[in-house]
Ligand binder design. Structure first.
Ligand code: TYD
Length: 216
């Protein structure tokens, strides 16, 4: 299909808690868009650019955690700024569609809501790092916490526990709620998908929305 060179790409993000299937859905959508003739850049956060991958390492091994949640929010944002500058922004400018597994809503939910970094600081970090960049669609993959945790445990190869630590469940409930609240606040950007359905059905729901809202 002939595409206009001036056309910028679309930006789609996936968000959700443990075991919601974000990476799987991001991959399925990337394949579909490729088959539809789009150039696609599939990426993830934290990471996605060389420098951001190094920050990812520091974040996921817990090195930054010692400095507290504000330091974490800063580091996720520093990584994001580089990811946008070196990868996402360039891809969109040349007409490539960008699919990102987690983006700034994860900072809002994890550092903001569950770790208690005040909203005005999160907002300030967003203004600084995003410079107006906003996903065209954000899919919030929603799944009841115990089902998500069971799925994640299974995927890690462990047996499915019949009971999770109450505290763990409560924390994940707050994350789930935080994502749903974001979806309620920004209904023009966010779409909640029922991630407790089989993978193929979730993928159909996602594709329907992409067909309706964008022009794949
Ligand atoms: P990862 O191993 O990529 O797993 P997944 O995305 O499948 O959960 O871990 C990313 C972790 O980083 C995850 O626990 C969420 C967290 N995170 C934040 O706390 N803030 C952020 O801004 C981002 C992007 C991720």
């Amino acid at each position: 299909m002939q595409r206009s060179a001036a056309e910028t790409g679309k930006f789609i993000t996936f968000e959700g808690g443990e075991g919601a299937g974000k990476s799987t859905q991001a991959g399925i959508l990337a394949n579909r868009l490729t088959r539809a003739g789009r150039k696609v850049f599939a990426t993830r956060e934290p990471g996605g650019s060389a420098a951001a991958e190094e920050v990812r390492e520091a974040l996921l091994t817990g090195k930054v955690w010692e400095f507290g949640p504000f330091a974490e929010a800063l580091m996720f944002s520093v990584a994001r700024a580089d990811h946008i500058d070196k990868a996402i922004g360039r891809a969109l400018a040349e007409g490539t569609w960008v699919i990102c597994d987690r983006f700034y809503d994860s900072t809002r939910a994890y550092q903001g809501v569950t770790a208690g970094v005040p909203r005005e600081l999160i907002n300030a970090l967003e203004r600084l790092t995003l410079e107006g960049l906003r996903p065209d669609i954000t899919f919030i993959l929603d799944i009841p916490v115990e089902a998500g945790l069971a799925r994640a445990a299974e995927r890690r190869g462990g047996t499915v526990p019949d009971r999770f630590e109450r505290q763990e469940v409560l924390l994940h409930e707050r994350i789930r709620r935080a994502f749903l609240d974001i979806a309620e606040e920004e209904p023009d950007r966010c779409v909640v998908a029922d991630a407790s359905q089989p993978e193929a059905m979730v993928a159909e729901d996602v594709w329907e929305v992409v067909l309706q809202r964008l022009n794949p």
